[in-house]
Design a protein around this ligand. Structure first.
Ligand code: U2P
Length: 305
C-alpha cells in the first residue's frame, strides 16, 4: 500500500509528468546542424512520445478516479504554528478565521491512493477572477510558503490544487472554473462549521470533545462518515466525501490508507479532541504599517536574535 501511495502522488512519474520531460525536445530549435544531428534521435523519440502522450491520451492513460474528498482545514490548529507573517497567509489577517477553510477537492481512488497532475492545464488566475472574493475568504493559504506546481515553479494554493487534483477530476469536472465553482458550492452547501456549532461543538481552547461526538454530528447532518486529521489532539483537517454525482459517501477509513499521515502521527485523532482558537501573529494592514501586539513584539525579538 505504501509504495502505491507514493507512486500515484509523484507528479514526476505520472504519465503527464513524463510528457513534460520529453517535451523539452523543442529546445533543439536554433542549434547548429551538427548539434541537431547529434540530438536527432532524442528529438525523434521526444516527438513520438509527445504525440502518444498528448493531452487527450493522458485522460485515456489515467485511470478514472472513484470519488471526491472535500478537504477542509481548521485555522485554529494550523495558525497556532505560524512563526512569521506575510500578506498571502490567511493566518496573518487581523481578524482570526473562525471557520473551516478549504484545502482542496481531491479525486481519489477507493484503495486510498489518488492520481495527480493529470494534464498540463496550468492554473490561470484570469479564469477564476469572478470567484476571487470567495476564494480569498474561504480558500486562503494558511502558510507563507508558496505551493508547488505540477510542472515546475511555485504558485498560490489554488494553482497547486487545480493542477494536482483538479486536472484529475475529469470527466466530472470539465475545466478550471468548474473545479473552483464546484468546490465552493459544495463547501457552502455543507457548512461543517455550522453543523458542529448546531451540535454544541464550538471552537474553544479549554473544551475537549469526544471524537465520536464530532463524527456523529457530521454524520447526522451530512449523511456519511467524515475523516478527521489531528495534530497533537487538535483538529487539523476535516474531510467529507462524495460520490461522482456529489451525493455524500463515507470517506475511506484512515486505518487502511493515508500512510503518509500515519507516519507523521497526524491522522489518528485521540478519543478527546479540541478545536482551538488562535490569536493572529500580526494585527493590522500587512501592506502598510503594522500595529504591534504582544505576539508581534515576541516575533520581532525572535527575528532579531
Ligand atoms: O495528507 C497529506 C497530503 O496528501 C494529499 N492527499 C491526502 C489524502 C487524500 O485522500 N488525497 C490527497 O491528495 C494532500 O496533498 P495536497 O493537496 O495538500 O498536496 C494532503 O495534503
Amino acid at each position: 500500500m505504501a509504495w502505491k501511495h507514493t507512486i500515484t502522488q509523484d507528479p514526476t512519474i505520472s504519465p503527464c509528468g513524463f510528457n513534460l520531460v520529453v517535451g523539452g525536445g523543442g529546445s533543439l530549435l536554433g542549434e547548429t546542424m551538427a548539434s541537431n544531428l547529434r540530438h536527432f534521435s532524442s528529438f525523434a523519440l521526444a516527438l513520438i512520445l509527445s504525440i502518444s502522450f498528448s493531452s487527450s491520451s493522458v485522460w485515456a492513460s489515467q485511470r478514472e478516479f472513484d470519488y471526491f474528498v472535500l478537504a477542509l482545514q481548521w485555522p485554529g490548529t494550523i495558525c497556532a504554528q505560524t512563526r512569521h507573517c506575510c500578506s498571502s497567509n490567511g493566518c496573518c489577517r487581523s481578524e482570526p478565521i473562525t471557520y473551516f477553510t478549504l484545502h482542496g477537492l481531491w479525486a481519489d481512488y477507493d484503495d486510498g491512493t489518488w492520481p495527480s497532475c493529470c494534464t498540463r492545464a496550468g492554473f490561470d488566475i484570469n479564469k477564476v477572477e469572478s470567484l476571487m472574493p470567495e476564494l480569498q475568504k474561504y480558500w486562503p493559504s494558511l502558510y507563507c510558503t508558496s505551493s508547488k506546481r505540477c510542472f515546475g515553479g511555485k504558485g498560490p494554493i489554488w494553482a497547486h490544487e487545480w493542477e494536482k487534483h483538479g486536472t484529475c477530476s475529469y470527466p466530472v469536472i470539465q475545466d478550471e472554473y468548474d473545479y473552483f465553482a464546484t468546490t465552493l458550492n459544495l463547501y457552502t452547501k455543507y457548512n461543517v462549521t455550522r453543523i458542529l456549532e448546531n451540535a454544541g461543538i464550538e471552537a474553544a481552547n479549554s473544551a475537549k470533545y469526544l471524537l465520536g461526538e464530532v463524527v456523529s454530528a457530521i454524520k447526522n447532518e451530512f449523511g456519511a462518515t467524515p475523516l478527521l486529521v489531528c495534530r497533537h489532539g487538535s483538529v487539523e483537517e476535516l474531510r467529507i466525501c462524495f460520490n461522482k454525482d456529489f451525493s455524500p459517501r463515507d470517506c475511506v477509513n484512515e486505518s487502511s490508507t493515508l500512510m503518509e499521515d500515519i507516519s507523521k502521527s497526524s491522522s489518528s485523532c485521540p478519543r478527546y479532541i479540541s478545536l482551538p482558537t488562535y490569536e493572529p501573529l500580526v494585527h493590522g494592514d500587512l501592506r502598510g504599517k503594522l500595529v504591534t501586539s504582544e505576539r508581534t513584539n515576541m516575533y520581532r525579538l525572535v527575528a532579531s536574535a
